[in-house]
Design a binder for this molecule. Structure first.
Ligand code: GLN
Length: 282
């Protein structure tokens, strides 16, 4: 018999020896996932593990040891205080994207009724969070990837927002009718080859490239979305987009040259870098 306590220690040491970030968190979360317990229950447990439990844990710990992101191994990632189902077909939601939700909260209240598009919805984390935080919002999440939309629909079902949120498989905004939206939000693929070079192997080797790579300059998809958005938005509508801080000068120049936007606002991420841009359609 192997005690949970001893195996937990062994697995933490194993991940530490492999140079994995936060080996404690990964190990405890994998144990919790396999055993159907919370992390606290895992830490307090004095039980022994069955052979089957050990095998299941061992398989996941080995994958984590090879750098596979924890979220893909346990199948969930928290975003804005809620768990979202994720798999290798979707980008893992990032804490910095929560700033986009906070920014929406600075403009809108729970009483506001509006219609939004989320471009490149992935797991649906942004669209679903907006629908839950604002009970009168309705929206459509669009993505080019069918498998990503399967995950978004699972998440929408889990949070029972199907009556106010739907998903459409299409590429960017070109097929969307004019003057239909009050709000467009997007965390587009925006990494350039240079930014990809600086990303960690966990990201490059495991997350979907079509959710990361924005083109040779990184900003190609962002520019495409920005060029179409004025047609889709009603006057007074807002556009919010996440980007890398290095990309804002080019994007602000484009916004200014379009002549149809006012009130450019930038919000910084937790590291103090510009991360979200918001503009209002004149
Ligand atoms: N909307 C999702 C997110 O913000 C996915 C974005 C993407 O795939 N680029 O996490």
């Amino acid at each position: 018999m192997v005690s949970l306590h001893d195996f937990l220690k062994f697995c933490k040491e194993y991940l530490r020896s492999k140079g994995i970030d936060s080996p404690e968190l990964s190990t405890e979360a994998i144990f919790a996932h396999v055993l159907g317990k919370t992390r606290l229950e895992v830490l307090l447990s004095r039980q022994d593990l069955s052979k089957d439990q050990i095998l299941k844990i061992q398989r996941l710990i080995q994958r984590r040891g090879k750098g596979e992101p924890l979220a893909y191994l346990i199948g969930v990632k928290e975003f804005y205080g809620r768990d979202f189902i994720v798999n290798k077909d979707v980008l893992i939601p990032r804490p910095c994207t929560e700033i986009l939700i906070d920014m929406c909260k600075s403009f809108y209240s729970k009483d506001n009724t509006l219609f939004f598009f989320d471009i490149g919805t992935g797991s649906g984390n942004i669209a679903i969070t907006l629908t839950l935080e604002f009970p009168n919002f309705r929206g459509i999440g669009i993505d080019i990837s069918g498998p990503a939309l399967d995950i978004a629909r699972l998440n929408a079902k889990r949070y029972e927002v199907n009556d106010r949120l739907s998903f459409v498989q299409t590429d960017l905004l070109s097929s969307i009718q004019a003057n239909t939206a009050d709000l467009i939000v997007t965390n587009p693929p925006y990494l350039s080859p240079k930014l990809l070079n600086g990303a960690s192997p966990e990201v490059i080797n495991f997350e979907p490239m079509n959710a990361l790579f924005g083109g040779p300059c990184g900003t190609e998809l962002a520019v495409n979305i920005l060029l179409h958005s004025p047609y889709v938005l009603r006057p007074g509508g807002r556009f919010l987009m996440e980007l890398d801080s290095s990309q804002f000068p080019e994007i602000i120049e484009l916004i200014e040259s379009q002549g149809c936007w006012k009130d450019i606002k930038l919000a910084k991420d937790y590291e103090g870098h510009d991360r979200i841009i918001c503009v209002e359609k004149v």
